[in-house]
Write a protein that binds this ligand. Structure first.
Ligand code: AMP
Ligand code: ZN
Length: 606
């Protein structure tokens, strides 16, 4: 049975025109279940049709030939004109006798019909012609080829955008290289003017540095940057003017510049109101107690922009301005009898140790430092934990150095490439260990040891707390810290014990570190753009090494909105809520983060 249908389905219609002008077609019936004989007589416009089911056809064809032979043979008979038609008018039938190549004959018949078979035959032949030019196999092949073509096109598009990304990367690297070359030229010039009697002058510098300290001084041959003395005087006078009761000209914190009196400062402020440098810095510093203080604005005033200038700031940038201001605002240099020059050296070396990364640069350190000072003062942390001066000083130092020498790639990258640092720190908070240990190593140079005026006990306490706070910024330990804080809050700790004070301070630095998500929208968008740029650069490096791109780091599959929304949902909002349980004055940051999250719902880039 199935053989019959197989044959029938493969059977093209065969047709012929007989001597007496009868057009004959043998073909599968329209329902493809039967075999039909269709005729049309041009002489008398009579139509004939008969459809045979299998058994009827068996009778008609006799025992020979078999089914597999039947249709090809029928085709041959028609094409060789071996068909004899006999009209039997009385019975209104036409009989056809086919004579096969071997002489075997068989007969089929058709009855007069009311349908017009001429049209039927023509339409079937046209349809067959179409089927033959577009068989299902050809259509399937067409579809397959089209699919392949689409895949190739998609691949080509992907390669185009990858090429573009690589070109952009090359362009960025070229820009970076030209900046580095310029810097190298400057250093060479300085080098040439240095007097040395030895053959290898670099060795002299290295020897000098390694005698006391294993890290290369990021300032190289300099001890301190060329800070603007007028600016320093103006900043200092904001917080400890010469007629302040605490002021003593002989205090080491005034060894470089003496402050103005309140009246002199007021006079200067008035005359500098429209000044684009001093006046603008002073105006921005008025906001240092506000959540909306903008290190980016300060960076632009100091160096003309807030990105390209960040690796080289010979006169200091936003970190210098913010740190110098806070040293006096919090009265730390006076309290710890720190010499102003020593503080300036330390600021210089710390600022210079930050690389020109899109995000992890000295402007980020300045931003985090400002927010830490906000949490300590307006946020109420000093009061809540009754913090000692050493602890406030430690918090300022920790915030300033917390990403020192950040290479612009994260801990995971170090671990998956088994970098030198990952091996050195056994995959444990690799970068955070680097940040603290590099600074403490540099502080072995007496000119950078800002802790030297402190007592041994104070030095030990400050070092302990700075290490604790900076290591806590490893986001890999975030869950652990949130859990510790949760249990302290549940047991209604008063946060006055040393270990609870440490925890609260670590949480403050952690909050400041990711506080960009809870800043006013314009400030937040700048930071989220910068962090994404840095993520994409890491993604480029991963791709170039043949590694899979880390989540949200593939510039070829941008998903900033998705990344930001999940960072807000899983990290920021629960964390900020917890911090506002500790310090209710910080609750507004949760609302700002919610608002910033809502921005991405409207501006999806994926
Ligand atoms: P740190 O490297 O010390 O600055 O740690 C904070 C980490 O939080 C950064 O490395 C980023 O991975 C992450 N982070 C900070 N801000 C954002 C942001 N807006 N979106 C996504 N991740 C962020
Ligand atoms: Zn940071």
């Amino acid at each position: 049975m199935s053989n019959y249908f197989d044959q029938l389905h493969k059977m093209p219609p065969v047709w012929c025109t007989s001597d007496d002008q009868i057009c004959v077609m043998c073909a599968p019936s329209e329902n493809m279940q039967d075999f039909g004989v269709y005729m049309y007589s041009y002489g008398d416009n009579t139509s004939y049709k008969k459809e045979y089911d299998m058994s009827a056809l068996s009778t008609a064809k006799g025992s020979k030939p078999d089914w597999t032979m039947f249709f090809p043979m029928l085709s041959k008979c028609v094409s060789n004109n071996n068909v004899v038609l006999t009209k039997v008018p009385s019975e209104e039938k036409i009989k056809m006798n086919f004579t096969g190549p071997c002489g075997n004959t068989f007969g089929l018949e058709a009855l007069v019909t009311t349908e017009n078979m001429e049209e039927f035959i023509i339409s079937r032949l046209m349809f067959t012609n179409q089927v033959f030019s577009h068989t299902k196999e050809i259509m399937a092949k067409d579809a397959q080829l089209e699919k392949e073509a689409n895949t190739l096109k998609e691949q080509a598009d992907g390669l185009d955008s990858e090429l573009q990304a690589l070109k952009d990367n090359i362009k960025r690297n070229e820009q970076q290289e030209s900046i580095s070359r310029k810097r190298l030229g400057e250093l060479k010039k300085q080098w040439d003017t240095m007097e040395t009697s030895v053959d290898d002058p670099w060795k002299v510098v290295k020897d000098r540095q390694t005698k006391e300290c294993r890290r290369v001084n990021p300032l190289l041959d300099k001890k301190c940057k060329d800070f603007d003395k007028t600016l320093m005087q103006l900043i200092k006078s904001l917080y400890i003017p010469s007629d302040d009761a605490r002021y003593k000209a002989t205090d080491p914190c005034h060894s470089v510049v003496k402050p103005l009196s309140k009246a002199e400062l007021a006079q200067k402020q008035k005359s500098l109101a429209n000044d684009k440098f001093y006046g603008a810095i002073l105006k921005n510093l008025e906001k240092i107690e506000e959540w909306a203080y903008s290190v980016s604005d300060i960076q632009c005033i100091m160096n003309g922009d807030d990105y390209a200038s960040l690796p080289f700031q010979p006169k200091g940038g936003s970190l210098f301005v913010t740190l110098y201001a806070l040293f006096f605002k919090l009265d730390l240099l006076r309290k710890f009898k720190i010499d102003e020059q020593l503080a300036l050296n330390w600021i210089s070396v710390v600022e210079a140790g930050y690389h020109g990364n899109p995000y992890h640069n000295s402007m980020h350190a300045a931003d985090v430092l400002h927010i830490v000072s906000f949490i300590l003062t307006k946020g109420g942390l000093i009061e809540k934990c009754q913090l000692k001066d050493e602890q406030v000083f430690s918090a300022v130092l920790a915030a300033s150095i917390h990403d020192f020498e950040h290479p612009g790639i994260n801990n995971n990258f170090h671990m998956k490439t088994s970098s030198y640092l990952a091996t050195l720190y056994n995959d444990r908070s690799v970068l955070e260990n680097l940040h603290v240990s590099s600074v403490f190593e540099l502080m072995k140079n007496s000119e950078y040891n800002i802790l030297s005026p402190l007592s041994d006990d104070q030095r030990r306490d400050v070092r302990e707390l700075v290490i604790e706070m900076v290591l806590a910024t490893d986001m890999g330990s975030h869950g652990k810290y949130v859990t510790m804080m949760k249990s302290k809050l549940q047991e209604h700790s008063d946060f006055l014990k040393k270990e609870d004070q440490f925890l609260a301070l670590a949480m403050a630095l952690k909050m400041a570190d990711i506080s960009n998500c809870g800043r006013p929208l314009d400030i937040y968008l700048k930071w989220s753009g910068k962090v994404s740029d840095e993520f994409y650069q890491q993604g480029d490096r991963e791709r170039n090494l043949g590694l899979p791109c880390s989540p949200f780091m593939d510039r070829l599959q941008p998903s900033i909105a998705k990344g930001q929304i999940s960072f807000m949902n899983y990290i920021i909002i629960p964390f900020f809520e917890q911090m506002s349980e500790l310090l209710p004055a910080l609750r507004f940051a949760v609302d700002l983060a919610e608002g910033n999250k809502a921005y991405w719902a409207q501006n999806d880039d994926s």
